[in-house]
Design a protein around this ligand. Sequence first.
Ligand code: GLY
Length: 357
Amino acid sequence: MDKVIITNNVCQQLTEVLREIKHDRLFLLCDTTTYSLCYPTIKDVEGISEATHIIIGGTDTHKNLDTIAKVWTEMGNGGGTRHSLMINLGGGMVTDLGGFAASTFKRGIPFINIPTTLLSMVDASVGGKTGINFNGLKNEIGVFNQPATVLIDTQFLRTLDYQNICSGYAEMLKHGLISDMKTFAELLSFDLNNVDYAHLAQMVSTSVEVKEHIVAEDPQEHGIRKALNLGHTVGHAFESFALQFENKPENPQGIHPVLHGYAVAWGLICELYLSCIKTGFPTNIMRQTVQFIKDSYGTLSVTCNDYPQLFELMTHDKKNTAGTINFTLLGGIGDIRINQTATKEEIYEMLDFFREG
Ligand code: GLY
C-alpha cells in the first residue's frame, strides 16, 4: 500500500522522501498549468531543478497514447533506468498518466504523487489506479500500481477556485456516505462559499483515510472497493452526456461540459434516490443531501427526451457485467450494498426525481 503523507510543508517532506527512495535519475512530470503555478513551490528542493522536467498539456484530451509516448521518450532520452524515480505534480490527469508511464517504463519504476487539486488529493492520487483514455473510452488502458508515496500539501487548496473545491468535495461527500454519520454530518454542515481551509484540510485527512482503508482491503476492486463507485454509474453518464455539448455552447438546454465532481454530485442525488426505493436508505438523509448538492452545485438541465441516451450511457459503464447496469447503493450511511441492479422503469423514475425532486 502506498504511504500517504498530509503536510503543510511539501518541501521538507519531499526532501526526506527523495533521500529515502534511492534513485539514479529523477523525472518530474507536470502539466503546463502546474508547471507555472505549483512547480515554483518545490523548485528549491534538492535534486528537483536538475531533474528531467516533462511538461504535458493540461486537459483530459491529452490523456492519450501520444502523450504517454512523449513521456516514455523523454524518460528514455533522459537516461532513465529501472532505478529511476518519477514525481507526478498535478491533478488526476497527471497522476493517472504519470503513474502509468512510471509503471510501464522498463517494466516499472517507483513514483511519487503530489496532487494539486482537491479531487486528486482525496481520490485520483491515492489507491493506485493509473492509465490513459483510448479508443474514445476513459481510462481504458492502465494498471493498478500503488505510488511509493503520496504527498498531500493542503496549502495547494488555497489556490483552487469554487468549482474545483466543489468538484473534489463531491468525492468527499461520497467518502462520508460510505463511512459514518459523524463524518457525513460534518461534511453537510461545511460552508463551501466561505471555506475554512484549516477545517477543510482536516476533513481531507479523514476522507483520504476512508479511501485508504477500502483500497487496503481490496486493491484491485473485486469487491468492497466498488463502494467507491457510489454516485459514479449515473455520474459518468451525466459527464459523457454533458461532454457532447463541448462545441455547442448555444444549445437550448444551456448544457456545457462539467467537472467530474459535479457529475458525481448529481449522480449521488440519483443513486441515493435509488437507495431509498431499493435498499431502504433513510429518506430524510437523502433529502438533506439533495438540498446541499442543489445549493452548492446547481443542476444539469436534462429533459425526459434525454432519458434514452442517459440509459444507453449507463449500459456502457465499465463496471457492468452481463448486460446489467451495476450500481453501488446504500442501506444507510456506511451500510454499503455493492452489485445492485435496477430496471429501466426504476432508472427513469430516478431521473424524474433528479429533474423534479
Ligand atoms: N476512484 C475510485 C477508485 O479509486 O476506486
